[in-house]
Design a protein around this ligand. Structure first.
Ligand code: SAH
Ligand code: DHB
Ligand code: MG
Length: 236
């Protein structure tokens, strides 16, 4: 086979189809959406919210991480319609707590309705405001076992600073949209402030001796995904 046949468009399309089929099978087996999650997305659409929630695989992965650190207290920054919040809250024990921060009161209303419909209203706390205004009031409520950052991208390094203050050794810090076609992983200048924030976030987590971390391409056909970090014990 020549290079041109290996790299021609039909062949690339076949490879893309194969990846999508694999993801579909994994989702079907490991992360099927139940009626409540589907209703959450329908309510979001109905309210005119953008469909920028995490994928089912990412939702399941958040649940997996919450289980791995036996999470009882979870903090989310950026609720949208509550889709990721439902995945997260379902990993909590009945006495657990998810606090989710949302700047848009219209979004927060949809979240509250979806959380009630999911039967998790008692375990959840939807707070309306700018995350950087709400976070300084939260120090007495920590430490959180898991923090999921998925809001505006420019202040990502500041969200990391808050996450480090609000966690304990063994806690897990996750951020979404930290790959962005590789743009969030490169140093070169001339980027928008969102990408610059994410580049700085990745730089800081990957070099922080208090953390062990990894970026995982698992969304948007492996062109975007999470950066995950575990807070290490102080004495090592
Ligand atoms: N985590 C959600 C998607 C979040 S989309 C999910 O996967 O289901 C990003 C959300 O962050 C939007 O609802 C937006 O209104 C909110 N947001 C943006 N800037 C914010 C800020 N500074 N503080 C709090 N929320 C913010
Ligand atoms: C956008 C934000 C997100 O958190 C996301 O996952 C996808 C897109 C956005 O602002 O466009
Ligand atoms: Mg996101």
């Amino acid at each position: 086979m020549t290079d041109s046949t290996q790299h021609d468009i039909p062949h690339l399309q076949e490879l893309a189809n194969e990846r999508h089929e694999i993801e579909r099978k994994i989702t079907h087996l490991f992360a099927p959406e139940d009626l409540v999650l589907q209703q959450c997305l329908a309510a979001a659409k109905e309210a005119g919210l953008p469909a920028i929630q995490i994928s089912p695989l990412q939702g399941k992965f958040l649940q997996f991480l919450a289980a791995a650190c036996t999470a009882q207290k979870i903090l989310e920054i950026g609720s949208l319609a509550g889709y990721s919040g439902i995945w997260l809250a379902r990993a909590l024990p009945t006495n657990g707590r998810l606090i989710t921060l949302e700047i848009n009161p219209r979004h927060a209303e949809v979240v509250r309705t979806s959380f009630a419909n999911a039967g998790i209203a008692d375990r959840t706390d939807v707070r309306v405001g700018k995350a950087l205004d709400l976070l300084p009031q939260m120090e007495s409520e920590g430490p959180f076992d898991l923090i999921f950052i998925d809001a505006d991208k420019a202040p990502s390094p500041q969200y990391l600073e808050w996450a480090l203050r609000l966690t304990r050794p063994g806690s897990i810090i996750v951020i979404d949209n930290s790959i962005r076609h590789g743009r969030a992983l490169q140093e070169e200048a001339a980027q928008d402030e969102q990408t610059a924030g994410m580049v700085e976030y990745n730089k800081r987590v990957s070099s922080n001796p208090r953390l062990t971390s990894l970026a995982l391409a698992m969304d948007e056909d492996y062109t975007d995904g999470f950066t995950v970090a575990v807070v290490l014990p102080e004495e090592r």
